[in-house]
Design a protein around this ligand. Sequence first.
Ligand SMILES: *[C@@H]1O[C@H](CO)[C@@H](O)[C@H](O)[C@H]1NC(C)=O
Ligand SMILES: *[C@@H]1O[C@H](CO)[C@@H](O)[C@H](O)[C@H]1NC(C)=O
Length: 242
Amino acid sequence: MGASFYVLTTLVGALSCFFGEAADIPDLRYLKAYTAPNCTGAFYEFFDYTPELSVYAMDNSIISIRFTGDWMLYADNFYNFEVLGSTYYHRTGINICYNLDSPIAGNASSLRYAGSPYGIDDVYYNLYDGWAYSGDEFRSNTDAETVGHMDMRTTSVIIQGQSPWTFYTGLQFTGEAVCLYPTHLHSSGDIQIRTSFVYPVSNLGIPDNSIRSVAKGCLTDNVYRGALPISGQRSAEPLDHN
Ligand SMILES: *[C@@H]1O[C@H](CO)[C@@H](O)[C@H](O)[C@H]1NC(C)=O
Ligand SMILES: *[C@@H]1O[C@H](CO)[C@@H](O)[C@H](O)[C@H]1NC(C)=O
């Protein structure tokens, strides 16, 4: 009995370990930064927020990028926090290569992604201080009765995954509300990314710097149905959200 019990617990241990790893699917998100056009030659591969590319000897040297996910590059350290909304680059895609254009080509000093750190199309939102996803942020995958340090500071919004979100101008889901659905789908092989991105927040019909709380789902009749305010996102299909 003792021996078979031991075998059983070992097996269960091995299985839970297996499922633990299987559930913890390796993140599909990456960004390979190349110092030559067309994603050729040497590269450095990034997986996470990088406030100072100089740490990786990549400051002012990225010319092309191959990536999966929703990534932003900024001309200044710490995501343009000093000059909110200055030179940046934002693209969503799946294993896609872009040559950077002037003025960001050879001029990026920091980079980060939008969306969930846990999975590429997980339900998530990011709120940013400045134009063009710059500066401080508040990010979460759940209701927030206050957005804390980003209270009444949000100018740019990105959402991802298969859920709309409702943004409120009052604390604890009060005040004016607007609902934002993911409006675009990027899809390649098994990978999908649903996203919407908006700035300034006044494009949603609420004042800029007014967001104070956020709830999952579409909890108001005031649904934002505008087109994406930024053009140039290739390979994305519009999503129906009626
Ligand atoms: C990049 O690719 C394009 C299209 O294939 C080609 O016309 C161009 O010459 C390439 N540039 C470099 C620097 O290799
Ligand atoms: C690099 O970005 C900065 C903004 O941080 C801008 O002032 C400058 O003109 C850019 N440089 C080039 C070479 O495009």
